[in-house]
Write a protein of this length. Structure first.
Length: 434
């Protein structure tokens, strides 16, 4: 694909966080005349004219190209006016795709995408390939264009996918689709459709056969994974606790550092992404044995007095919390205490009710939508903050119990981000259990 010539083009970058700044840097290197816009004052190079506060309509209408950071809603009036005036509006991943020459493995899903991105990267490196990851995790995609990697492993959010056209992944996967970001996408179908754009132009589609919402529009998945039995693709033998590939035992649960059925699915998806690239069983087994997971994702932070405290702060939607609870369904004994709540982003919490009623012994809620979640289970406890939640849980737990922070909500009503929420939980737990 011939790369576009941006020299002397008037380009407006909207949103000047980490991604926006990477766009500005790249565009300037291409010789474009760049204008920046952000809601808040941002320090930028002197030769970049920058507007803060309300987005300015006139520069947007006069632009040759507008590049939106992922956090900027394309439905904003100022952006829609530019689109209607014929201005091309794209995101950073689309800009990246028009210049990229390195094979890409593209990964999305409502939950698990960071874990799978890291697993795929680990598997490729264990197989002797030079791989680098980025996108929604770590390095902005435009900063990867100068990489000497043989493969780029990209985690992509629905925000990054919704205006994507030119990416040509060698492998693409949607791990799962559950309600999330409805405050941005308005409808569940629009959110799901944004996710499915990842399959456009992909050589291999890797889909979750147990989740029809992950299946490509145009054709059946060329490879699938799931917990259901299948003679083809990647499946799970619950009796032997083994992952199967095309019906044959491939890797056993005890060889995997990551635990829980939700992580079985993550490992399966990663295997599906790397097998078409020639990665064999030895490298895969090495990778799953040494990758222990990411912070704030079903992370065991304390086992004081035989009470397990698990930090799953990254569970920012209902589907993630259901997956976490299902992973604890077959525990040997003990009560399960769930701490949930925060900003639900207009999600429907009723899907949570069956697992709350059947699998959770005590529900503690907090935050903006805590009361709505508490209403789903009789006897729930509402608290004012995470400190009170941890202290209350600590006062009633006994040996063999589990306390799980898995909020099913975003964190911004009470915290800077999900990492901040997880850190507060960890620090409070360590204080009360010392």
């Amino acid at each position: 694909m011939q790369t576009p010539d941006l020299k002397n083009m008037q380009v407006v970058v909207v949103g000047l966080g980490l991604t926006g700044k990477s766009c500005v840097k790249f565009l300037q290197e291409q010789g474009a005349k760049v204008i920046g816009m952000d809601r808040n004052p941002v320090e930028m190079p002197e030769d970049v004219k920058t507007f803060s506060g309300k987005f300015k309509q006139k520069p947007l209408l006069k632009a040759d190209l507008v590049v939106l950071s992922p956090g900027i809603d394309p439905n904003l009036t100022e952006i829609q006016n530019a689109i209607e005036a014929g201005v091309e509006v794209i995101g950073d991943v689309e800009l990246f795709a028009r210049f990229n020459q390195i094979p890409v493995i593209a990964i999305t899903g409502s939950n698990g995408k960071s874990t799978v991105t890291c697993l795929v990267n680990e598997m490729l490196n264990c197989a002797g390939f030079k791989a680098q990851m980025g996108g929604n995790i770590g390095t902005p995609v435009l900063d990867l264009l100068k990489s000497d990697a043989e493969y780029l492993v990209l985690e992509l959010s629905s925000f990054q996918l919704e205006r994507l056209q030119s990416l040509t992944p060698v492998c693409a996967t949607i791990l799962n689709v559950s309600e999330d970001h409805l405050d941005r996408h308005r409808t569940f179908s629009a959110y799901a459709d944004a996710k499915k754009r990842i399959y456009h132009n992909a050589k291999y589609a890797i889909a979750n056969r147990d989740d029809v919402k992950t299946w490509p529009h145009e054709y059946q998945p060329q490879y699938s994974f799931g917990l259901s039995n299948s003679p083809l693709g990647i499946s799970w033998n619950d009796a032997s606790r083994e992952i199967l590939v095309d019906g044959e035992a491939y890797v056993s649960e005890h060889q995997c550092a990551l635990k829980g059925l939700h992580n079985v699915l993550n490992i399966q998806a990663a295997i599906g992404c790397v097998r078409p690239l020639g990665v064999g069983a030895e490298a895969i087994t090495q990778a799953v044995g040494q990758f222990k997971g990411l912070a704030h994702r079903f992370e065991l932070i304390s086992e004081h007095n035989q009470v397990r405290w698990i930090n799953d702060s990254k569970a920012t939607n209902v589907g993630a919390t259901i997956a976490a609870l299902q992973s604890l369904k077959n525990r040997d004994s003990g009560k399960l205490v769930l701490i949930a709540g925060g900003d639900g982003k207009n999600a429907d919490f009723t899907e949570l009710q069956p697992v709350l009623l059947n699998d959770v012994d005590l529900l503690i809620t907090l935050g903006k939508d805590g009361r709505e979640i508490a209403s789903l289970k009789p006897g729930s406890i509402e608290v004012k903050d995470l400190n009170e939640a941890v202290n209350f849980a600590n006062s009633i737990v006994e040996s063999g119990d589990i306390v799980l922070l898995s909020p099913a909500c975003a964190s911004l009503d009470m915290f800077d981000n999900y990492q901040h929420r997880g850190d507060v939980f960890r620090n409070t737990v360590l204080e009360v259990t010392q």
